[in-house]
Design a binder for this molecule. Structure first.
Ligand code: ADP
Ligand code: MG
Length: 354
C-alpha cells in the first residue's frame, strides 16, 4: 500500500500538533477547551498532559502536579545513567552487578517483573538485560554524533563478548525481599524499550483510579488516551511519516481509551561511511534492525505497546503477525518499510480516520 495523502483533510490536526514525535498530534477540531501542562525534564523527552474534562483550572493543576510527581519518581527509578539521593535505581543495580542484591522501591520491582515478562512475551526480541550490547552502540552513536568524521561502528569482537552477558535469567528479582540482583558482573540493564511506556501506563492508572477521564498523556510520542472526548468523539492521532521530505502523516487514526507507541529509526541514529545506524538493535544480529523505518502499535496497555513496538521492529512482518497471534489482546499494528511501502493488520485498519 502506498502512503496516503491525508494531511490536507486534517488541517484541524495542526491546531494542536505540538509534538512531531512518533505517534503525533492530538486533534482539537471541535474547539473544546483543553487544559495542558508540559514538562521537559523526564525521560529525556517532552511530556504533556491534556485534559478535555470539565474540571476547574485548579483541579486540573492538582491532577497535573500529581501526574508529574509520579512521572518524576519513575524517571528517577528507571534512570540507567544517574543515581539520586535517597533512592536505589537501575543505575545503582547496574553499578552493583555481580556484587550484591540491591533493595529497591516496590514500584521498580513491579516494573522489572513486567520488563522481564516482556522478554518471554516478545519471543526474546526485547531484552532489558542487553545493556552491555546497547552500551557499545550508544557510545558509538554519541561519538559519531559529536565527531561525525571519526564515526565508527562498535568493534565486532566487543559486541560478541558483550552478547555473552545478556542472559535475562541473571536478572534476579526477589519480590519478598524487594531486591534486584544482577548475577553476572558484566551485565547491565537498559530499560529504554519498555519502561517509558510502563510509566505512561502508571499515569493512566492514577487517572482511572481517581475517576478522571478525557485525558491524553504524551511522553515523547508514547500516547495514552484515557476515555474519550466529553462529546463522545475519539481523539485523532497522526503517525509521523519517516520520510522527512513528506509533510503528510503516514496514517491518521482514531484513539479512544487506548495507547499508541511508535518505534522508529529516523530520529536517533549516526552515520558511518554514508550509512545510517539507528538505536534499535536486533538481538540476533547485534546490529540495528533493517526491516522497517517505523512500527506503530495501538493497544490499551501503554507498556505492552512500548515493548511490542520495539519487538516488532526487530522481526519480519510475518514473524510479527505470528507473535501477535499469541497475545490475547486487541493490538493494531502499522509497519512502514524502508522503501516507503506500508502494511497494517485489520485491527489497525479499523482505527483509520476517514
Ligand atoms: P524510543 O526509546 O526511541 O522511544 P524504543 O521504545 O523502540 O524507542 O526503545 C529503543 C531503546 O531501547 C534503545 O535506545 C535502547 O536503549 C533499547 N533497545 C534497543 N533495542 C533493544 C532490544 N532489542 N531489546 C531491548 N532494548 C532495546
Ligand atoms: Mg519500545
Amino acid at each position: 500500500m502506498k502512503l496516503r495523502r491525508i494531511y490536507k483533510n486534517l488541517i484541524c490536526l495542526s491546531l494542536s500538533a505540538m509534538l512531531l514525535l512518533s505517534c503525533t498530534a492530538i486533534s482539537g477540531c471541535d474547539n473544546q477547551k483543553v487544559k495542558s501542562r508540559t514538562a521537559y525534564e523526564y525521560f529525556d523527552t517532552v511530556s504533556t498532559v491534556h485534559s478535555y474534562g470539565k474540571e476547574s483550572e485548579k483541579d486540573f493543576n492538582k491532577t497535573a502536579d500529581a501526574l508529574f510527581s509520579i512521572l518524576s519518581d519513575y524517571h528517577k527509578l528507571f534512570d540507567i545513567y544517574y543515581e539520586y539521593d535517597g533512592i536505589n535505581n537501575i543505575a545503582t543495580i547496574n553499578k552493583n552487578a555481580g556484587k550484591s542484591p540491591i533493595k529497591v522501591d516496590n514500584r521498580l520491582i513491579d516494573a522489572l517483573l513486567y520488563a522481564k515478562q516482556m522478554y518471554y512475551t516478545t519471543n526474546r526480541a526485547v531484552n532489558v538485560a542487553m545493556g552491555s550490547v546497547l552500551k557499545l552502540w550508544h557510545n558509538a552513536r554519541e561519538n559519531g554524533l559529536s565527531s561525525p568524521k571519526e564515526a565508527t561502528l562498535p568493534d565486532w569482537d566487543l559486541l560478541m563478548q558483550a552478547s555473552a552477558h545478556t542472559n535475562i535469567e541473571h536478572l534476579v528479582i526477589d519480590q519478598e525481599n524487594s531486591t534486584v540482583w544482577l548475577v553476572d558482573k558484566d551485565m547491565s540493564l537498559d530499560v529504554g524499550a519498555v519502561l517509558k511506556g510502563y510509566a505512561v501506563e502508571m499515569l493512566g492508572r492514577y487517572l482511572e483510579e481517581n475517576n478522571l477521564t478525557s485525558y491524553v498523556i504524551n511522553v515523547g510520542g508514547n500516547i495514552k488516551a484515557i476515555g474519550k472526548k466529553p462529546n463522545g468523539a475519539p481523539w485523532v492521532t497522526g503517525v509521523t511519516n519517516p520520510d522527512k521530505n513528506s509533510s503528510d502523516f503516514a496514517a491518521v487514526i482514531n484513539l479512544k481509551d487506548t495507547s499508541c507507541v511508535t518505534s522508529g529509526s529516523y530520529e536517533r541514529y549516526f552515520t558511518v561511511d554514508g550509512k545510517n545506524y539507528h538505536h534499535i538493535i536486533d538481538p540476533e544480529t547485534l546490529y540495528p534492525s533493517t526491516y522497517f523505518t517505523s512500527v506503530t502499535v495501538v493497544t490499551k496497555n501503554s507498556a505492552l505497546a512500548d515493548a511490542l513496538s520495539t519487538a516488532l521492529f526487530v522481526m519480519s512482518e510475518k514473524d510479527g503477525r505470528d507473535l501477535l497471534s499469541t497475545i490475547d489482546q486487541e493490538i493494531g499494528v502499522f509497519w512502514i518499510y524502508s522503501d516507503g511501502k506500508t502494511a497494517m493488520n485489520a485491527q489497525f485498519e479499523a482505527l483509520l480516520a476517514t
